[in-house]
Design a protein around this ligand. Structure first.
Ligand SMILES: *[C@@H]1O[C@H](CO)[C@@H](O)[C@H](O)[C@H]1NC(C)=O
Ligand SMILES: *[C@@H]1O[C@H](CO)[C@@H](O)[C@H](O)[C@H]1NC(C)=O
Ligand SMILES: *[C@@H]1O[C@H](CO)[C@@H](O)[C@H](O)[C@H]1NC(C)=O
Ligand SMILES: *[C@@H]1O[C@H](CO)[C@@H](O)[C@H](O)[C@H]1NC(C)=O
Ligand SMILES: *[C@@H]1O[C@H](CO)[C@@H](O)[C@H](O)[C@H]1NC(C)=O
Ligand SMILES: *[C@@H]1O[C@H](CO)[C@@H](O)[C@H](O)[C@H]1NC(C)=O
Ligand SMILES: *[C@@H]1O[C@H](CO)[C@@H](O)[C@H](O)[C@H]1NC(C)=O
Length: 333
């Protein structure tokens, strides 16, 4: 089997690409903002599409080209043929690296507000372009838990001081009128299973040392206390609430940019953590609470911050077996 494959590859390596034939769907309607600065314009009745990936006949190849001149995943199909040009392509099928899970975008308030403001035809094209089979077929979606810097104002899901059991938890009107309808439209046009993951920016103010949704502040006290337990339960309440709207989550990050909330006068929604604090919160509160409430299969990601922090945070948190047993990966920006 392996021998046959190698022979086949050698055979292909002796061939050179030729005879490309452009095979396009709806082309880019170009709008120029100067040389090399072209966008594709969509309106209520027209939008460019991506030719779907289809099986090719033996000996053919497909090439998708995007460039600064307005080509957007323009598909060409060509055939492989013998060459005398001396070009050799070697493919080492034994060397495989990490697999790619998917590409995606975020369902923020801002995205939903802007899409909601389009005509219904143009809004459908935007959603199709991202999630539909004639678009780029995103398969991952990030959903802010509560408000974030792409919201028009700071808000939380439970402003009742001391409501440790979160009996007053409720989604905001931004979830009900903007994000959830947009997510449901993406699901309805997608031919794939979109893997959603949630990320919080800020805990409710009463859980925080600065009693504010923005600025410098962390969860009050130490991991394992009632504030940390309430904050862990908040993730469960969010997952449960979205489930009632038929939206299931594949993953979570423990905190968007956990270092932001350690910065004085930080301008937008944040909750500050050190790696030691996040480690202890995951080990004592978040991991056990997710498991106890039916979310043991959810992929929990640590960090979710800048790349330069990655090794220090990973070393600190993953070295602790009580934390690392709950962690599926490290999220980086
Ligand atoms: C929509 O875009 C298409 C393609 O650019 C164009 O032909 C058409 O006139 C536009 N329609 C409107 C109403 O602007
Ligand atoms: C860019 O597009 C213009 C108009 O379609 C075309 O005339 C030109 O040759 C293209 N340039 C490149 C580098 O593809
Ligand atoms: C792949 O590995 C097998 C087994 O080690 C070896 O026989 C074969 O030559 C390798 N193929 C390539 C393309 O390196
Ligand atoms: C749509 O845009 C207008 C003006 O640009 C703005 O006033 C309005 O609030 C927007 N609508 C929504 C739903 O955001
Ligand atoms: C939270 O719920 C638990 C278990 O139902 C109960 O014992 C406790 O009193 C509640 N706490 C608050 C602050 O209501
Ligand atoms: C989507 O997920 C369901 C349930 O896990 C599975 O049965 C189905 O094959 C998946 N579909 C695609 C297109 O991956
Ligand atoms: C939270 O912080 C912002 C920015 O410093 C400030 O404008 C606002 O009044 C604060 N809110 C509360 C409830 O203290």
């Amino acid at each position: 089997m392996m021998y046959t494959l190698c022979l086949l590859l050698l055979f292909i390596a002796c061939f050179l690409i030729q005879d490309r034939i452009a095979a396009q769907g709806c082309p880019c309607s170009k709008l120029s903002f100067g040389p090399g600065n072209i966008v594709c314009r969509c309106n209520a009745s027209y939008c460019d599409t991506v030719e779907p990936i289809e099986p090719l006949t033996s000996g053919n190849f497909a090439l998708y080209t995007s460039n600064s001149n307005g080509s957007r995943l323009v598909k060409s199909v060509g055939s492989l043929s013998k060459s005398t040009a001396g070009v050799v392509v070697r493919i080492d099928t034994n060397a495989s690296y990490q697999s790619l899970f998917g590409f995606g975008g975020a369902f923020t308030d801002a995205a939903a507000i802007n899409i909601a403001n389009l005509s219904s035809g143009a809004a459908n094209y935007v959603i199709d372009s991202y999630y539909g089979p004639q678009g780029i077929e995103y398969s991952v979606g990030r959903v802010p838990i509560g408000s974030c810097d792409f919201s028009t104002h700071p808000y939380s899901y439970d402003d009742v001081d001391g409501d440790f059991n979160l009996t007053k938890f409720q989604l905001a009107k931004e979830d009900l009128t903007l994000k959830i309808p947009l997510i449901q439209r993406a699901i309805s046009v997608s031919k794939r299973n979109i893997s959603f993951f949630g990320s919080p920016w800020t805990a409710p103010a009463w859980m925080k040392t600065n009693n504010n949704l923005t600025g410098k502040g962390s969860i009050r006290g130490e991991a394992g206390n009632s504030y940390h337990k309430a904050w862990a339960l908040h993730f469960v309440k969010f997952l449960d609430a979205y489930k009632q709207h038929n939206i299931s989550f594949w993953g979570l990050t423990a905190q968007n940019e956990p270092t932001d909330g350690n910065i004085d006068h930080f301008p937008f929604q944040a909750t500050g953590w050190t790696p030691e604090q996040q480690r202890d919160f995951i080990a004592k509160d978040l991991g056990p609470t997710l498991h106890a409430n039916g979310y043991k299969d959810i992929k929990l990601m640590m960090l979710d911050d800048q790349r330069l922090l990655m090794t220090y945070w990973a070393d600190t948190i993953l070295a602790d077996p009580d934390a690392s047993k709950f962690i599926s990966g490290v999220a980086v920006h």
